[in-house]
Design a protein around this ligand. Structure first.
Ligand code: GTP
Ligand code: OAA
Ligand code: MN
Length: 605
């Protein structure tokens, strides 16, 4: 039975049914009974079914499920992701583009009858708290129970979303997903920004099929934000409660698998805890931000759960993320410990399970497997966990108005050049810093790992329109916010010494950098003006408790701006602007070229 009278929804679902020709249509109301029945169905499938999910040990992982995807379907596929705006210029130089009609002509035959003999699930969901003025509704149709169960964690899913949409509105994002044959040669992740529409086919991996996440909340939403004067960003949101009770909210944009979830759930070092500092998580991946009535920038997390990288997550590196996974979570492409039907991944602990199933499904002696240098879990294996499980979830998590942002941080994975932290001279320079984010690639997308690439605002794979216009939008938002704009910073947790060891301990100790950032926001410390921005005075980075790990010489390296390295960096940025963006159809705002000139002049002084 359909859950809404909204004729726009009904008409679109009818069209999708006519196209995909499912045997059955099930509207997802979000009730516990319905979810439980789907869990029974999907866990009862035979072991050789690719849709199969497994229940984990109910004592150790109550209500948790386990799933494996095909080995060729484990990450986002940027070369098969398209922005189909009417004009090629609309997609700009950072996106693949095809004309909407051409793309539809290509994909329609693939969708035609694709759900014959299958069930189509119609999933209404809200991105953002129900009733929030910043929230938006989406409807995803899919032939995958795995998608339904993940969307149930990642979004506010079910009838409530239709209530929010109302009976007449046409303002919802239409998402069509079919796993089809999961054929990588026919895999397409397609956004039609002008039509609020997403088509995804031949994948069953989260980032490609949970259409509320990257497809809607970043690619489509960034386009909406440009037109509606708000911002959709690949940012975590956290709150730092100071000893006086005041909470400062910060967002941070790092490329995929560069530490957003970890920073969002940071546990302050002992000394900070003793002094009364606390950190609260509002979001770990996506922020929607809009100026509030008081003129400040407010952020909501449009998601309702975390889709986190499993490897590396442990009680020491991220206690809170681990705690999130202990009830009602879904694990994808991690390894199984068959002795007690639990999960394992690299660095969960030092003891790989003897009786293991590695992520592609091979039963093995996990100790021997690891001893041979092989991985038991895929490097991009993930947990899907309800936000409410998080021990440090912010009391403002469901606040429909969002939280006021004091600082915005950019960062990437840089072995050299970029200092631990520095502050931009102003918003325009901060926008330049965002445009200049570059990072060594990770396993979150297919392709080589460890290659330095430009990833402006950590949004390269997610900007749903022309990157030049996106930068212009950033500048416009700054002009609108004026003196109330958040301060902009850049961080780098990943600088290494000559032997390739990280110079900075990272994780909880990143609190020490947040501390400096907050002191700058509050005007409590001055800074060293360098050609690239304001750097901390060494004595203003609190190293109490880590003096051995970070001797003065290491801190000095972390805070070094090497002029020769930076001249190369600036030359590369000019090449990037000129060749990769401007020559390929991106309108770079003059103000950003002016920033380049300014920094270059500073370096040559
Ligand atoms: N050295 C170091 N590694 C870190 C730090 N924070 C996170 N990492 C590592 O970076 C990897 C990814 O971290 P996440 O926090 O999951 O990254 P993310 O940005 O949330 O990733 P997406 O979900 O793909 O957007 C993990 O292997 C972490 O162990 C840090 O401060 N220092
Ligand atoms: O989208 C995904 O698959 C996971 C994610 O957060 C990212 O890659 O940034
Ligand atoms: Mn992400």
């Amino acid at each position: 039975m359909s859950l809404t009278k909204n004729p726009n929804v009904l008409k679109w679902v009818d069209e999708m049914v006519a196209l995909c020709q499912p045997e059955k249509v099930v509207w997802i109301d979000g009730s516990k009974e319905q979810i439980d029945a789907l869990i029974e169905e999907v866990t009862s499938l035979p072991d050789d079914s690719w849709d199969k999910m497994y229940k984990l040990n109910p004592e150790k992982y109550p209500n948790c499920l386990y799933h494996r995807t095909r080995a060729n379907d484990v990450a986002r596929v940027e070369d098969r992701t398209f922005i189909c705006s009417k004009e090629k210029k609309g997609a700009g130089p950072t996106n693949n583009w095809m004309a909407p009609d051409e793309m539809k002509a290509l994909l329609t035959p693939m969708y035609n009858g694709v759900m014959k003999g299958r069930t189509m699930y119609v999933i209404p969901y809200s991105m953002g708290p129900i009733g929030s003025p910043l929230a938006k509704v989406g409807v995803e149709v899919t032939d995958s129970i795995y998608v339904v169960l993940n969307m149930n964690i990642m979004t506010r899913m079910g009838k409530q979303a239709f209530e929010n949409l109302g009976d007449t509105s046409d303002d919802f994002v239409r998402g069509l997903h079919s796993k089809a044959d999961v054929d990588p040669e026919k895999r397409y992740i397609v956004q039609f920004p002008e039509e609020n529409t997403i088509w995804s086919i031949n994948s069953a991996y989260g980032g490609n099929v949970l259409l509320g996440k990257k497809c809607f909340a970043l690619r489509i939403a960034s386009f909406q934000g440009k037109n509606e004067a708000w911002m959709a960003e690949h940012m975590l949101i956290l709150g730092v409660k100071k000893p006086n009770g005041d909470v400062k909210y910060i967002t941070a944009a790092f490329p995929s698998a560069c530490g957003k979830t970890n920073l969002a759930m940071l546990i302050p070092p002992e000394g900070y805890k003793k002094d009364g500092y606390e950190v609260f998580t509002v979001g770990d991946d996506i922020a929607w931000m809009k100026p509030g009535k008081d003129g400040r920038l407010y952020a909501i997390n449009p998601e309702n759960g975390f889709f986190g990288v499993a490897p590396g997550t442990n009680a020491k590196s991220n206690y809170n993320a681990l705690a999130c996974t202990k009830n009602g979570a879904i694990f994808t492409n991690v390894a199984l410990d068959n002795s007690d039907n639990t999960v394992w991944w690299e660095k969960l602990n030092e003891n790989p399970p003897k009786d293991a199933t590695e992520w592609t499904g091979i039963k093995c002696d996990g100790e021997a497997w690891v001893a041979e240098g092989k991985k038991l879990a895929h490097p991009n294996s993930r947990f899907t966990a309800p936000a409410q499980n998080c021990p440090c979830i912010s009391p403002e998590f469901n606040n429909p108005e969002g939280v006021p942002i004091s600082a915005i941080i950019f960062g990437g994975r840089r072995a050299t050049t970029a200092p631990l932290v520095y502050q931009s001279f102003d918003w325009t320079h901060g926008t330049y810093l965002g445009s200049a984010v570059s990072s060594e690639t990770t396993a979150a997308a297919t392709g080589a790992v460890g290659v330095l690439r430009h990833d402006p605002m950590a949004m390269k794979p997610f900007i749903g329109y022309n990157v030049g216009d996106y930068w212009a939008h950033w500048l416009e938002m700054g002009a609108r916010l004026g003196s109330k704009a958040p301060k902009i910073f850049n961080v780098n947790w990943f600088r290494t010494d000559e032997e390739g060891n990280f110079l900075w301990p990272g994780f909880g100790d990143n609190m020490r950098v947040l501390d400096w950032i907050i002191k700058r926001v509050e005007g409590e410390v001055d800074a060293v003006e360098t050609p690239i921005g304001f750097l901390p005075k060494a004595e203003d980075i609190n190293l109490k408790g880590i003096e051995d790990e970070v001797p003065a010489s290491a801190l000095q390296k972390l805070l070094t701006v090497d002029k020769e390295e930076w001249k190369k960096e600036i030359a590369e940025m000019r090449r990037y602007y000129d060749e990769d963006i401007k020559a390929k159809g991106g309108n770079i705002p003059q103000a950003l070229y002016d920033e380049l000139d300014m920094i270059e002049a500073n370096l040559n002084k």
